[in-house]
Design a protein around this ligand. Structure first.
Ligand SMILES: Cc1cc2nc3c(=O)[nH]c(=O)nc-3n(C[C@H](O)[C@H](O)[C@H](O)COP(=O)(O)O)c2cc1C
Length: 154
């Protein structure tokens, strides 16, 4: 089944971007043949991208106990234009934080419920530098979502 996967992230100092690139690497695994990927910074993503997508991966730093302003802006700009036009889009989240990350995850999860997006895997929350272990987790997340979309399991 041909499926579309949208990856939307924001990153200020590069950690969430490193995670996003690992997620995209995983989603591009040669095992997955029928999934097209859009890889966009939050500021460049809009309602048409959400309407195109069959699955969504979101990445944000935690700023002041919340998602980044750019990720919030993505939600602000897209909520009404897609309201009633997407049905339970499968999604998963990755967060880069200094020492916490739970506030950003909670905030995204609460907003995501309203779209509605359906969380298909618990968020990856990375604290501090992005380690090889985090990169491996992110790759696996990308592969899991892409393979799941292709197989029609969501
Ligand atoms: C303005 C600002 C606010 C932050 N607030 C938090 C916070 O509330 N909790 C936390 O764990 N880290 C916080 N951090 C640290 C970042 O989440 C962390 O450095 C993250 O890895 C940055 O991701 P990035 O490199 O993708 O921008 C904050 C950083 C900045 C710049």
């Amino acid at each position: 089944m041909q499926r579309n996967l949208l990856i939307v992230y924001h990153s200020q100092s590069g950690r969430a971007e490193t995670m996003a690139r690992a997620v995209a690497d995983g989603a591009r695994d040669p095992l997955v043949e029928n999934v097209d990927i859009r890889f966009l910074r939050a500021a460049s993503a809009g309602p048409d991208d959400l309407l195109w997508a069959h699955g969504l991966l979101l990445g944000t730093p935690e700023n002041f106990g919340y998602m980044s302003g750019a990720m919030k802006d993505f939600f602000d700009r897209t909520f009404y234009p897609v309201e009633g036009r997407i049905q339970s889009l499968p999604y998963a989240l990755f967060v880069s934080a200094g020492n916490d990350g739970s506030g950003a995850a909670r905030a995204v999860q609460r907003i995501a419920n309203g779209y509605p997006l359906k969380e298909v895997q618990a968020p990856i929350i990375a604290r501090g530098d992005v380690t090889q272990a985090v990169i491996a987790q992110c790759r696996e997340l990308g592969l899991t979502l892409a393979a799941g979309l292709e197989a029609g399991v969501y």
